[in-house]
Design a protein around this ligand. Structure first.
Ligand code: ADP
Length: 175
């Protein structure tokens, strides 16, 4: 199969309302739920997602999912076939963790390819509780998707507020 460069689309809204083949979760390494996107996905998707996360913790990911890695579960009641959980880096002033944030996008798309997913919705990973400045996160996310070697046809960034939407729109326009 030939490689497809994904179309990047932007939506302002709640990622748990999206219809897509896969929805990416900005998880934490415990895989056992948290706030922000993670909490919303588990609330709306129902207990099946957490049950699969627990099974992953009991098998492959006894120590948790490493930062920058990605793994899939069911999407439960969400309008998607899969949730792809990835753990963004916590932003640091002292240390450049950009490669890990890029890795989240690359690894999530790799998992999407393994699942045969063609439309994938991403939140602005690391920009909430993990404190990453929005414009910089947008730059890293958009570059990582553009550089990814993937069969995914649409990457949809679902931005929760106007600031996030503007940052991603600006990045797409200027690159
Ligand atoms: P992280 O821990 O990776 O920073 P968060 O979930 O705290 O993840 O936040 C990531 C981004 O997702 C933030 O910009 C936040 O405003 C946004 N966000 C929170 N809830 C939702 C939602 N339901 N849909 C889309 N984006 C959301």
């Amino acid at each position: 199969m030939t490689q497809v460069v994904p179309d990047i689309t932007l939506v302002r809204g709640d990622i748990t309302e999206q219809h897509a083949d896969a929805i990416v979760n900005a998880a934490n390494s415990s895989l056992l739920g948290g706030g922000g996107v993670d909490g919303a996905i588990h609330r709306r998707g129902g207990p099946e997602i957490l049950a699969e996360c627990r099974a992953l913790r009991a098998s492959h990911y006894g120590k948790g999912l490493p930062t920058g890695a990605a793994v899939a579960t069911t999407a439960g009641r969400l309008h998607a076939a899969h949730v792809i959980h990835t753990v963004g880096p916590v932003w640091s002033r002292e240390e450049d963790r950009s490669a890990l944030l890029a890795s989240c996008h690359r690894e999530a798309l790799k998992v999407a390819d393994q699942l045969g997913a063609r439309t994938v919705a991403f939140p602005a990973i690391s920009t909430g509780a993990y404190g990453w400045p929005m414009a910089d996160a947008a730059r890293i996310a958009v570059e990582a998707v553009r550089d990814a070697n993937t069969h995914v046809e649409e990457v949809r960034f679902v931005l929760f507020d106007e600031e996030a939407y503007r940052a991603f729109a600006e990045r797409i326009r200027s690159s």
